[in-house]
Design a protein around this ligand. Structure first.
Ligand code: ADP
Ligand code: MG
Length: 277
């Protein structure tokens, strides 16, 4: 993997909150087709790292390059226009929208980013909808979304098909009727529909039971086999070990170990970091 081109280059990335160094100068590279996982105890800076990479937070210092282009300090819609897609630790879908509509929002971001404005793409608020709270659903121009949905239905259905037996039958149901696991699956489908260069997943199996976690591992293994480049934040060490090419362990905003999954999970500093919490 190491001889493949670098998709993400991070150097000296730092962010403090009122003096607390949440991310304290971290550096790493992510190669095309690689799955890199970040592990670490609660509060070690994993979500902050994802938020910095995806433009939800502005770094105090550091370099972030996506395929050689600097994206540090860009807004979330701008990083998504550059090919980065993410999911959230707590899952964010719009309860009043159907599964298909939620997924379609990810495609609208792509349209907005890559083509001259026309139709739906003229409506800048749509770029923000997936990033905002439930209240934003009232801003969605429904008739245009329904028209546009027909155009993007093929792409939407292809992503829903990844979770076929789970999401397929729920395609046209409002997301508020979904189980927690299905809401997480919907969110991942939305991130993928834009065909991202880099996928950031923040604890995709949080709150899932054992069989749901095993299913998610299966989906992620297929994504990896298809060549997706993935940065994964995850607590479940078996999943991390099964999936990752490399693992970074964080503690107190710093990278305390990195390398092969089995090496990192046995690293004395890593064991200590978990035991110490
Ligand atoms: P992790 O995802 O590894 O559990 P986080 O990145 O969420 O950790 O948090 C790292 C540290 O930064 C924690 O001490 C957390 O309380 C703090 N933190 C995270 N986000 C904020 C914020 N928006 N404002 C203040 N402190 C924050
Ligand atoms: Mg977190």
């Amino acid at each position: 993997v190491a001889d493949r081109p670098i998709v993400l280059h991070v150097e000296g990335l730092a962010k403090s909150f009122e003096g607390l160094k949440a991310v304290d100068g971290i550096s790493f590279d992510l190669h095309r087709g690689e799955v890199l996982s970040i592990i670490g105890p609660n509060g070690s800076g994993k979500s902050t790292t994802i938020n910095l990479l995806s433009g939800f937070l502005k770094p105090d210092a550091g370099t972030i390059k996506l395929e050689g282009r600097s994206i540090a300090g860009l807004s979330a819609p701008e990083t998504s226009a550059h090919g980065l897609a993410r999911t959230f630790q707590n899952g964010r879908v719009f309860g009043s929208m159907t599964v298909a509509q939620n997924v379609a929002l990810g495609y609208h971001k792509k349209l907005t980013a890559n083509r001259p404005a026309r139709g739906l793409q003229r409506i800048p608020v749509l770029r923000w909808i997936p990033l905002l709270g439930e209240a934003a659903a009232s801003l969605v121009p429904w008739p245009s979304v329904r028209r546009e949905n027909r155009a993007v239905a093929g792409h939407v259905d292809a992503e829903i098909e990844r979770f076929a037996e789970r999401l397929g039958p729920r395609r046209d149901d409002a997301a508020y009727t979904l189980s927690y696991a299905n809401r997480r699956r919907t969110e991942i489908a939305r991130a993928l529909v834009s065909g991202p260069t880099l996928l950031l997943l923040d604890e995709p199996t949080a709150g899932m039971n054992q069989s749901e976690t095993a299913e998610m591992l299966h989906v992620l293994q297929r994504l990896k086999a298809q060549g997706h480049t993935i940065l994964l934040v995850e607590h479940k060490i078996e999943l991390v070990t099964a999936l990752s090419d490399r693992v970074l362990a964080m503690d107190g905003g710093r990278i305390i170990a990195q390398g092969d999954p089995d090496e990192v999970r046995r690293d004395p500093q890593v064991v200590e970091a978990y035991l110490g919490k």
